[in-house]
Design a protein around this ligand. Structure first.
Ligand SMILES: Cc1cc2nc3c(=O)[nH]c(=O)nc-3n(C[C@H](O)[C@H](O)[C@H](O)COP(=O)(O)OP(=O)(O)OC[C@H]3O[C@@H](n4cnc5c(N)ncnc54)[C@H](O)[C@@H]3O)c2cc1C
Length: 368
């Protein structure tokens, strides 16, 4: 029922704008409005804080369905979870009450600030500093590649509180867009997910109350990694949705397109491609849903499953979307058809929340 209702909403209110959002590289406001109106913008927020209280699997299905029509728009529910999960996992009751309510209502979005210009895969090599000063912390530094930066009101920021201790000297904070000293870079000009703004976040002597720290001092990196264990599954869902959208489009096209006097769907070479695409998508779906169940239960093998689902589903998305372009021939290579957008959008799922090389490192360290 959830899938059916999200799908019909997406078809009616999000799909019609997906091409324009990509072409104009603009924020998908229509999608945000539709998602908020239907309480689908941050479904993971627990009911205690005014949220829909969706479990990890339901959240995955929402993201998958939005991504099936518009990958950029699927970053609204996905990054709202990514940005706020550190608060949900490790924040004080006060922080939860203060920040999750507006998120659940649709009055505010949440971003996640881990990466820096010189600290990507090696996130613990970050340089952003937070220095205690009385009842405040003062933050200075640059966060890079921050999804929905500028649009979001709230930012979970990881910063170094003790440079001697590397990952154990990193703490997490909630920073607000309106805090003095917070500013944003120009939107990056990207290959895909062009409707999702990606910008630098500048922290210039940002003074925040000490109770904005998420969890204890020195636990920020552990919280950031624990968060990714859960949210990599939402990226798997995004990849899965993009791949399903490409397969659905290609499946229809090959029945219409005629060459050699018959629909190209009649050629076994074409049928085998479609069969492989559907097979890979279903394998990715089963792994992603299994990982979501592990996320819900916080199973001990969650780290492996989160990395495996993200890595596998994103590789599938890249293969399937590339094959969808192939099945449309020259037409697939143009912006008159949606599959080239899906191919460009799929690429990012192999890169963010840790590249697929990094996922393989994570899996190797956590073999079942
Ligand atoms: C559109 C977009 C949105 C993003 N959104 C966010 C966000 O909201 N918040 C956030 O914090 N970050 C975000 N990121 C950052 C993203 O997570 C990083 O780009 C990613 O982790 C890779 O870091 P990097 O770009 O510095 O690449 P690098 O770490 O420099 O990696 C370059 C290459 O080296 C490889 N490599 C690095 N180390 C190893 C190793 N040990 N073994 C094998 N290969 C290795 C990588 O796999 C990659 O192929 C976003 C990025 C993009 C492009």
């Amino acid at each position: 029922m959830l899938r059916e209702s999200v799908r019909s909403l997406c078809e009616a209110k999000i799909a019609p704008f997906a091409a324009a959002v990509d072409e104009e590289a603009r924020f998908p406001q229509e999608a945000l409005d539709a998602l908020v109106a239907n309480d689908l913008h941050a479904v993971h927020v627990p009911e205690t804080y005014g949220g829909a209280g969706a479990d990890a699997l339901a959240t995955v299905i929402v993201i998958e369905e939005v991504a099936r029509v518009c990958a950029s728009s699927s970053l609204i529910p996905a990054v709202n979870k990514l940005g706020s999960l550190p608060v949900i996992l490790s924040g004080s009751e006060e922080l939860k009450a203060k920040y999750l309510g507006p998120l659940a209502k649709g009055d505010a979005m949440f971003s996640y600030c881990l990466s820096e210009p010189d600290a990507g895969s090696d996130a613990a090599g970050m340089k952003t500093r937070a220095v205690r000063d009385g009842d405040s912390y003062v933050l200075n530094g640059v966060k890079r590649w921050i999804t929905n930066a500028g649009v979001s009101d709230y930012y979970t920021v990881m910063a170094v509180t003790d440079p001697e201790k590397r990952s154990k000297g990193i703490s997490a904070f909630v920073v607000e867009k309106g805090d003095e000293g917070v500013s944003f870079g120009a939107p990056e000009k990207k290959l895909g997910i062009k409707g999702s703004p990606t910008r630098e976040v500048y922290l210039d002597n940002v003074r925040i109350p000490a109770d904005r720290m998420i969890g204890a001092e020195g636990t920020g990196f552990a919280t950031a990694m624990k968060t990714l264990d859960h949210t990599r599954i939402t990226i798997a869902a995004q990849a899965l949705g993009i791949a399903q959208g490409a397969l659905d489009y290609a499946k229809g096209y090959v029945q219409e397109r005629k060459q050699f006097g018959k629909p190209i769907a009649d050629f076994q070479g074409v049928q085998f491609m479609l069969a492989d695409m559907a097979m890979k998508i279903e394998a990715a779906r089963q792994l992603t849903y299994a990982a979501a169940a592990k996320s819900e239960r916080t199973d001990t093998d969650l780290t492996f499953f989160g990395a495996a689902a993200k890595c596998f589903a994103s590789d599938v998305a890249m293969e399937v979307t590339t094959d969808a372009v192939q099945l449309l021939g020259g037409y697939g290579y143009t912006r008159d058809y949606p599959v080239e957008r899906m191919m460009r959008d799929a690429k990012i799922t192999q890169i963010y929340e840790g590249t697929n090389q990094v996922q393989r490192i994570v899996m190797a360290r956590n073999l079942p």
